[in-house]
Design a protein around this ligand. Structure first.
Ligand SMILES: *Cc1c(COP(=O)(O)O)cnc(C)c1O
Length: 485
């Protein structure tokens, strides 16, 4: 506003004084304010108005208030903007163009419509969460998903908790408190967000017995460590790293043979835990939960929102007697899932009963299997729109790139993808300048009404189009015009 920076006294006609500032009551009675009162209520509106009028008064005393600032419509517009900003929810929708499909910081799996409908129903109507409709007696919330989990994994019984970290904690605390758990040194992993096997073991009250070396562990290492204090042999999926070269680890079936004579269980933290072999969709193969059970694991734990494609949850499947003990642990009550999780989980699990439709109906799998050509065509459609908005400040090219599955699933496997590479425009400028220009662009994209998140690397801002589904494309391109550089 040009008038606002005019030094006091140079255009006296447009300057305002404290006496020009309206009273709270007068503003509250303005016609332009009525819709704001109706939307935000008197309490919030009066608060915002008082703060704004105080600011105007301070500006007037400093001699930098212009008449336009106290105009009725101007006041209403400012209040509307402030209230809208203050009432915007902290958890916001965004575009994940990072290329990491199951991005933990961006909420991992997206859920199918079936799950959305079930959650809406659970939110708005009473349901049989812990009520047995046949007997009229009390039910167990795990019963809602136990049968389908058993059908999909071949396990005898199942239980559900808040996430896989909770599943591991609960399993260890139930079966190994004050006892020893034997784990290979090659599997003592840390997952992002401070989940470390040795720490969780300690919190569960179990004593970790490390065997083998980082790269090689042999059956005899486990066999020699088994004592009367042993509670279980445990295997942990390496998830976010891979050991290659001169390596050896012991398979579940061998562990089962070692454990059986001692009457102790073999447990496996599978991490992602796939329910079906992903190779049938051209994705890298992972041992499934069913195969792990078949190989002799007594209990398997895995996440609901990694490759499974459901809500955040920790699933424990295995022998009925072990699951029964786990359910009786008072910690189960502290770690249990809410009805929204169960409402979302059941329809997701049921989608697996019709695998022929899975890559179409389950968003996680749909995104992971999206054909590179479709992604490329989309990137090429978006290219001219983005180049037009960014003018000569940046150059935009459509390029092949690689996406990752994310959430520690198959870390070394990459999926051929396509997207946009944005580079600072003026090639004559130095690298430092380019870095700043890219940071500025990255920030501008984050400040869009629906923030766009990419990744910076090799002097470019990369927008991987894999997770921009076609039904979102129009919204994506429409808001690009709002980029403020
Ligand atoms: C991801 C992962 C966990 C933690 O699972 P959350 O569902 O995120 O709590 C535990 N163990 C392994 C092996 C994992 O990959």
């Amino acid at each position: 506003m040009a008038a606002a920076i005019t030094p006091a006294g140079t255009s006296t006609s447009s300057m305002a004084s404290a006496s020009d500032i309206p009273s709270v009551d007068r503003v509250l009675n303005l016609a332009q304010i009525k819709p704001l009162l109706a939307q935000y209520g008197r309490t919030q509106l009066t608060g915002a108005l008082r703060r704004h009028l105080d600011q105007l008064r301070a500006d007037a005393l400093a001699g930098k208030l212009v008449l336009a600032d106290v105009d009725d419509s101007q006041l209403a517009a400012i209040l509307e903007k402030q209230l809208a900003a203050a009432n915007r929810l902290h958890l916001r929708a965004l575009f994940n163009l990072t290329g990491t499909v199951l991005h933990t910081n961006l909420g991992r799996s997206l859920l199918p419509d079936e799950a959305v409908q079930a959650v809406v129903s659970a939110l708005t109507t009473p349901g049989n969460l812990e009520f047995d409709l046949d007997s009229g007696g009390r039910g167990d919330r795990d019963d809602l998903v136990e049968d389908v989990l058993c059908e999909l994994t071949g396990a005898e019984a199942a239980t559900v908790v808040n996430n896989n970290a909770a599943a591991v904690l609960l399993m260890l605390n139930t079966l190994a408190q004050k006892k020893e758990v034997i784990v290979s040194r090659g599997e003592l992993i840390e997952i992002g967000g401070a989940f470390r096997i040795p720490d969780i073991m300690q919190r569960a009250g179990a004593k970790l017995v490390e065997v083998g070396t980082t790269n090689r562990t042999h059956p005899a290492d486990y066999a020699n460590a088994i004592t009367a204090r042993s509670a279980m042999l445990m295997k942990v999926h390496c998830s976010n790293y891979a050991i290659s070269g001169f390596t050896r680890s012991v398979a579940v079936d061998t562990l089962a043979q070692l454990a059986r004579p001692h009457g102790i269980p073999v447990t496996v933290d599978l991490g992602s835990g796939t329910l079906l072999d992903l190779a049938q969709w051209g994705l890298p193969s992972e041992t499934t939960v069913r195969q792990t059970i078949q190989q002799g694991a007594d209990l398997v734990t895995f996440s609901g929102d990694k490759l499974l494609g459901g809500p955040q949850a920790g699933l424990i499947v295995g022998h009925a007697d072990l699951i029964r003990r786990i359910k009786k642990n008072p910690l189960k009550r502290a770690l249990r899932v809410g009805k929204l999780t169960l409402a979302a989980l059941e329809p997701v699990l049921r989608l697996y009963l019709a695998p022929e439709f899975l890559s179409e109906r389950l968003p996680a799998l749909r995104l992971l299997t999206r054909p590179q050509l479709a992604i490329r065509n989309q990137a090429e459609r978006l290219l001219p729109i983005l180049q037009n908005v960014l003018e000569s400040h940046y150059t935009v090219t459509a390029e092949a790139m690689f996406s990752q599955i994310g959430s520690g699933a198959l870390p070394i496997d990459q999926l051929p993808s396509y997207g946009l590479a944005l580079r600072a425009g003026n090639a004559a400028n130095g690298g430092k300048h380019h870095g700043r220009a890219l940071d500025k662009l990255e920030k501008a994209l984050r400040q869009l009404p629906r923030p766009v998140i990419g990744r910076i690397g090799n002097d470019a801002l990369w927008l991987d189009c894999r997770c921009l589904e076609e039904h979102d494309e129009a919204l994506f391109s429409a808001q690009l015009r709002a980029i403020v550089l």
